[in-house]
Every structure is written in structure tokens, then in C-alpha cells.
Design a protein around this ligand. Sequence first.
Ligand SMILES: [Cu+2]
Length: 114
Amino acid sequence: MRTISIVVITLVFSLSPVAEAREKRARIQEATITLTSKGYQPERVRLRRGIPARLTFVRKFAATCATEVIIEKYRIRRELPINRPVVIEFTPEKSGELEYTCSMKMVGGKISIR
Ligand SMILES: [Cu+2]
């Protein structure tokens, strides 16, 4: 009986860090960024380093050159069809400021990573 309880205790202690790690990995951070006639709103989003991020871009404005969004540092380039949400997923690896822009680098916004 004593042997069994020791085994159970050992199992609980050895499994809990795994469960914790799994929970951490499952976390996700999300933000929606809308392109209006005033540019990207919000102009800046904040993300945590090391946690998968899901950014939803919605272009609600036709008369703009920002028909695509580019996050150069992560080699991301996506078309932005009008009124159709575009989901971009990546994990911010380095803290600091990350920029996204149109292909001419005229229209864009900032992502603060810490
Ligand atoms: Cu442009």
C-alpha cells in the first residue's frame, strides 16, 4: 500500500510540469486591426514575446494603396481584400518594435513586443 502511494505521488509530481508547459503552449494572444480612411486602427498593438499571436486584419477602405500587409521581419505578406478578415499567425520571438506596412512602406502600423 505504501509503495503504491509513493508511486502515485511521484507520478503527480512528474506530470504537473508537463501539463503546465502544455497549457502555456495552448495560450494565444489575439488582436484585430482595421484599416480605415485614417489608417490602421489601433495604430499600435502590444504582444507578449513567446506566445503565439493571431492578428486579424480587416481593410474597410477601398481608396488605399494598402491592398496587402507585410511584416518583413517574419517574412509575412498577405493580400487584404476589402471587408474580408485576414488572419495572420506568428509567434513574436524578440521584444521590441515590429512594423507592418503596405508594399510601398507608406501605410502601416506598429506592434510592441515585450
Ligand atoms: Cu502603399
